[in-house]
Every structure is written in structure tokens, then in C-alpha cells.
Design a protein around this ligand. Structure first.
Ligand SMILES: [Ca+2]
Ligand SMILES: [Ca+2]
Ligand SMILES: [Ca+2]
Ligand SMILES: [Ca+2]
Length: 255
């Protein structure tokens, strides 16, 4: 084997190793974090995921944990189980939720917000999940969306810095052929709903790098479950053929 062929073969090996045989998956459930914990980079190490928030209601841009099983005094009973409405009602254990903080009071300076309360302004703002590696689909829980009239919201999907798809809360409950309707979803005060997977293919893209939850009012998100995007087998095959073709051409030139 000449040196050029050997070099090309090693490139083939590197390319092959760069693509895992199966997609990797992850679940972000905020388990193990304190009621009032500020979230940001805690999921970078396991999943390459960064959490952030933008508050439109005048409050802090802080995504914080709310324990839906909290037994102490809370300003916000709307986010406590058991649930009054939704496809997870009444007694599904959902653990910790992520809310957009209405206040950042930390009187005892332990870096834990003392009385976690979700932003009640309308509009409230956005919770963001940024993925270092593109994802191909995501499913999640939504809490305390009163109604699409009182608290209209949406989920926005980004690729290459731009929005490539939007699913409104209304799309989830309206059977008009939009593709995202789920008849099991019921919004209401203290509601808890599991939203089935929304896929990159739904918007004819290969993956998402950011998911934004736009909250029209008070609410929470949790149990964000995702699959990592991998290149289509056809794309890999084309790349390999391209490299193989290069080897063949090089051989022809040398002979
Ligand atoms: Ca504190
Ligand atoms: Ca609240
Ligand atoms: Ca409520
Ligand atoms: Ca609400």
C-alpha cells in the first residue's frame, strides 16, 4: 500500500469513528438541585446543555428550580402536586421544575433563592436550553399554563442562530391539521402536561441547537428529554464515497 492510500484509509477510519452507531439521548429533570437553585451550566458536563432565561416582566433573568413536592411555606401553590388538570393529573410525580424567577431575594446569602416564585407578568418571558450538539427531537412537561387565551405561549426551535420552527400552545390543543395536536392535553390552573416529541424533521431540518419556551404568564418546564442528531446514513455514505473517489483518482494519476 502506498503512502497516499494509507493516509486516505486513516482519514476513512477517523470519519467512521466520528459518527456514533446510534444516537445518544438525555433527560434534564433538575433532580438533586435545591428548591430555589439558580440553573446555568450544571448540565454542560453530562449533556453539553446550558440553561438561561430572559424576563420580560421586569424581574430577574434567572431560571431557578421549583420543587413540585415542596412541603414548606411557598408563595406559589400553583406549581405543587397533586395536579388539578392536564394529562399528568392528578398524581404523577414530576419532581423539580424550572421556572422563570419573579424575584432574586436571597436574604441568607446561600446562593439559593429563598422563596421560589414564577414570574406572573403577562408576558412573562423565556426559558432557553442551548445544546452544544444538535438534537433531533425533544419532549417535555409543561406546568400551570392556565389557558392559551390568558397565557399564550410557544416553543421555538433554532438552528444556525435562527428560528426554524414554532409550535404555539394553541397548536397543541387545536385539531386543525397543524401536526402537533394532542387531544390528551388540557390546560388550566395547576395543570401538568406531557408534550410528546417534536422533531427536527417536522420543520425539515436535521437538528436543533436551541429550544426556547416562551411563557405568556406563570408556568414551568421540566423532564426535557432529547435525542442527539447524527448525520443521515446517506450523508455519511456520500462522504465516504467522496473520499474513496479521491483515492481512486490519486491511484489513476500515479499509475
Ligand atoms: Ca437563600
Ligand atoms: Ca407565581
Ligand atoms: Ca396558575
Ligand atoms: Ca400559569
Amino acid at each position: 500500500m502506498n503512502r497516499l492510500s494509507a493516509a486516505c484509509l486513516s482519514v476513512l477510519c477517523i470519519v467512521a469513528l466520528s459518527f456514533p452507531a446510534s444516537a445518544s439521548a438525555g433527560m434534564i429533570d433538575f433532580a438533586g438541585f435545591a428548591h430555589g437553585q439558580i440553573m446555568n451550566t450544571q448540565y454542560v458536563a453530562p449533556f453539553g446543555v446550558t440553561v438561561s432565561a430572559l424576563n420580560e416582566g421586569g424581574g430577574p433573568d434567572l431560571p431557578i428550580v421549583f420543587d413540585s413536592t415542596f412541603m414548606g411555606s411557598t408563595t406559589d401553590g400553583d406549581l405543587l402536586a397533586p395536579w388539578d388538570a392536564g394529562n399528568l393529573a392528578p398524581n404523577s410525580y414530576r419532581g423539580n421544575l424550572l421556572i422563570l424567577a419573579e424575584n432574586d431575594i436571597d436574604a441568607n446569602n446561600d446562593s439559593i433563592i429563598d422563596d421560589p416564585d414564577d414570574e406572573g407578568s403577562r408576558n412573562a418571558g423565556s426559558l432557553y436550553f442551548d445544546f452544544a450538539n444538535e438534537i433531533s427531537e425533544v419532549s417535555f412537561d409543561l406546568f400551570d399554563i392556565e389557558s392559551v387565551g390568558a397565557e399564550p405561549g410557544s416553543i421555538k426551535f433554532y438552528k444556525n442562530g435562527g428560528v426554524v420552527g414554532t409550535v404555539t400552545f394553541n397548536d397543541l390543543i387545536t385539531n386543525n391539521g397543524n401536526g402537533f395536536y394532542d387531544g390528551s392535553i388540557t390546560f388550566g390552573n395547576n395543570s401538568a402536561n406531557r408534550i410528546q416529541a417534536i422533531q427536527a424533521g417536522d420543520f425539515n431540518v436535521s437538528g436543533f441547537e436551541r429550544v426556547e419556551f416562551v411563557l405568556g404568564g406563570s408556568g414551568a418546564v421540566s423532564n426535557v428529554q432529547f435525542e442527539s442528531a447524527i448525520p443521515e446514513p446517506a450523508t455519511i455514505a456520500l462522504m465516504l464515497m467522496g473520499i474513496g473517489g479521491g483515492v481512486a483518482r490519486a491511484r489513476r494519476r500515479r499509475s
